[in-house]
Design a protein around this ligand. Structure first.
Ligand code: COA
Length: 150
């Protein structure tokens, strides 16, 4: 798998980004301000992540996704580790990520990559999404914020 920065003018992998974030509006907003990286295998786009500078020295992984047929094979972990490497080499000191309280697999993945929980934005998904979201039989209400020093 090859991971590279999306070139200016290149097509954004919207379908993939929508797997991680159902809001086209949000995606449109952060894709223009952030940097998008794509993972390709045999000329097919299999994964994506987006880095967005949020505060001085801090960058956030605002989206990470792997195509459904390739999930569970370690690609997501490779993408998160690559995001950490890229952020560090760009001089950032902290990297953050946020996920839903019901995103059990994502919470496992980020903690396996060294992230620690720093806070919970209670009822974030109730306030910001019109539809109710359920995953793993749990209602997604709260945004769990995680970070680590680079
Ligand atoms: N419980 C415990 N561990 C779990 C888990 C669960 N339910 N789900 C995943 N993991 C672990 C895996 O075992 C693996 O750990 P290991 O390296 O020790 O084996 C680690 O998390 C990473 O798994 P990986 O195979 O790299 O994940 P992936 O390729 O499926 O990618 C996502 C993870 C989240 C990017 C991918 O599933 C995806 O695109 N989902 C839809 C979009 C999304 O939800 N994005 C994140 C938004 S916050």
């Amino acid at each position: 798998m090859d991971i590279r920065k999306l070139k200016k003018g290149e097509k954004v992998p919207l379908e993939l980004l929508l797997l991680a974030d159902p809001s086209r509006e949000n995606i449109k907003e952060y894709i223009t301000r952030g940097e998008c990286f794509v993972a390709t295998h045999e000329q097919k786009t299999v994964g994506v992540y987006v880095l967005l500078a949020t505060r001085p020295m801090t960058v956030e992984i605002v989206n990470v996704a792997v195509i459904e047929s390739e999930q569970g094979k370690g690609l997501g972990k490779q993408l998160v580790l690559d995001a950490m490497k890229v952020a560090k080499s760009n001089g950032y000191k902290n990297i953050e990520v946020g996920t839903g309280n019901s995103s059990v697999g994502q919470l496992a993945l980020y903690q396996k990559c060294g992230f620690r929980i720093i806070g919970v934005d209670r009822d974030f998904f109730i306030r910001n999404y019109s539809e109710e979201i359920f995953e793993n039989g749990i209602q997604c209400r709260d945004m769990v914020r995680l970070s680590q020093e680079l």
